[in-house]
Design a binder for this molecule. Structure first.
Ligand SMILES: Nc1nc2c(ncn2[C@@H]2O[C@H](COP(=O)(O)OP(=O)(O)OP(=O)(O)O)[C@@H](O)[C@H]2O)c(=O)[nH]1
Length: 467
């Protein structure tokens, strides 16, 4: 309970402070370039659910009391409190529904849905902020805080301000909260806001570059005083996408927060109110694109993982059978074009079943890993080692005659016969079958001949090489 009260108090203070900061950046009555409290409301409702509502309502009341003071309105405190509660309900209801929808979608998506997570977040942010702006302006008009004839032109910037507040800032608030609410990470679709250790200097340089470019765009707009100059801010999408491709989600969230705060503050300081809507759209569009940018490294990493899973044997990390066949096909064609010999070794662990039976299957697995590591370290980097299945492996030796392949097999046989299964006194032994790829032969035909030679080695007493 104490922890809940402390969290609620922190939420109220943060919300009111952010609201006051946004009020400094107002460019139309009740509409600022971007509205950070909307981002906090959305993040709080997403993470704390209904438990965030009391604190948000209190924050709504406090800000209403303050706004009447800021605008110099003469309002009875009791009336202002009632307005605050109604405003709080109008503000929270759309975000509560939006956060609930996003949360239930995220829990269904699991850990591979980063692109869908981001798409759902952006869509829900746009729709829920639309309703929040509509309800908010209607409440203010109904309570006499906004004249009916200005509702329309207040509503649109309010919407864009709230939307950019959510799109730009909710992720950083969610990130900060995810340090306390660890279960969050499970349903962020692979988005991790954990602080990465290591040098941050390249990130700092990127942020400085973004701020310098932003300053140049703003100076250009002040000097030229033309729409075309104001629109130059959209070029900042490039460095911000660069950040999202190369940095962690937390750093992307920090860069977006700094960029948007600097933009919003500058519009007020440099009196660029005529172009405020351009900056609002720029901040929102750039943030939305940057969030999508985050999916690219995640998709690449996922792709690499899948590629590794299909090209490597899961246990021994040697080439999978499919990958071996594909690579062998290419290597054989290359050798034939260069008129160079290419050979194949098949080998099988002798009496491997005994290892499983005597020491268990886990020890059998470890034996396979130990054996393949040993064999791989004794081969050239151009040789290809693959698992045919069970305890049977194959090696393709480019630029090698059958004689060289036999010598290699003998070297491996001698080496292996001196090797013991870790933790036991069991010495390994292998049988080998060797064959050279003859012209225009498919790799399967060579494998078949090498396999028959291997069977002959087994028949002739094992721990030997046959050709
Ligand atoms: N631990 C473990 N065992 C495996 C794996 N794949 C296959 N095996 C077992 O390996 C054994 C292979 O036996 P065989 O090749 O038929 O016979 P062997 O005991 O090696 O005898 P020879 O080949 O005649 O020397 C079987 O008992 C399989 O169950 C694996 O990935 N891990």
């Amino acid at each position: 309970m104490r922890q809940y009260l402390l969290r609620s108090l922190l939420l109220i203070i943060s919300w009111v402070v952010l609201w006051r900061v946004a009020a400094i950046m107002e460019y139309a009555p009740h509409a600022s370039i971007w509205f950070p409290p909307a981002g906090l409301t959305f993040a709080a409702l997403l993470v704390m659910r209904w438990k965030a509502l009391p604190a948000l309502l209190v924050a709504g009341v406090l800000s209403t009391l303050w706004v009447t003071d800021l605008y110099g309105d003469e309002v009875v405190v009791r009336e202002a409190v009632a307005t605050g509660v109604i405003f709080g309900v109008a503000h929270c209801t759309p975000y509560f529904i939006g956060a609930w929808l996003l949360r239930s979608k995220l829990t269904r998506l699991g850990s591979h849905g980063l692109a869908s997570t981001i798409m759902a977040f952006l869509g829900i942010a746009a729709v829920s902020s639309l309703f929040a702006a509509w309800f908010g302006t209607e409440v203010m008009a109904a309570r006499g805080m906004l004249e009916a004839n200005v509702v329309w032109y207040t509503w649109l910037p309010w919407w864009i301000g709230d939307m950019s507040g959510i799109i730009v800032l909710s992720p950083i608030f969610i990130g900060l909260m995810s340090w306390r609410y660890q279960e969050l990470e499970q349903w962020l679709g692979g988005l991790s806001f954990r602080v990465k250790t290591g040098s941050q200097s390249s990130f700092v340089w990127k942020v400085l570059l973004i701020l310098v470019l932003l300053a140049l765009c703003l100076v250009l707009t002040v000097t030229a005083d033309k729409d075309e100059a104001a629109f130059s801010i959209f070029f900042l999408i490039l460095p911000l996408l660069w950040v999202s491709y190369t940095e962690s989600p937390l750093n992307t969230a920090i860069a977006l927060a700094l960029f948007s705060t600097a933009t919003a503050l500058s519009v007020g300081l440099l009196e660029l109110m005529d172009y405020a809507i351009v900056y609002q759209f720029a901040v929102t569009v750039i943030a939305a694109s940057a969030w999508f940018g985050l999916t690219v490294p995640a998709l690449i990493a996922h792709n690499q993982l899948l590629t590794r899973q299909v090209s490597e044997d899961g246990l021994t990390r040697t080439a999978s059978r499919e990958h071996f066949m594909q690579s062998a096909d290419v290597l054989i064609k290359l050798s034939k074009r260069q008129n160079k010999p290419i050979s194949l070794i098949m080998f099988d662990v002798d009496d491997f079943k005994n290892i499983n039976d005597s020491y268990g299957h886990i020890a059998g697995d470890q034996a396979l890993v130990q054996i393949t590591n040993k064999v791989a370290s004794a081969l050239r980097s151009s040789d290809l080692l693959g698992r045919f299945g069970g305890d049977e492996f194959m090696i393709l030796l480019p630029e090698s005659s059958v004689k060289y392949a036999e010598e290699t097999a003998e070297r491996l046989r001698t080496e292996i016969s001196k090797t013991m299964l870790v933790g036991t006194e069991h010495y390994f032994s292998f049988s080998f079958g060797v064959a050279e790829v003859v012209s225009n032969e498919h790799v399967m035909a060579t494998i078949d001949r090498a396999d028959r030679a291997l069977l002959a080695a087994k028949r002739h007493g094992k721990n030997r090489i046959e050709r």
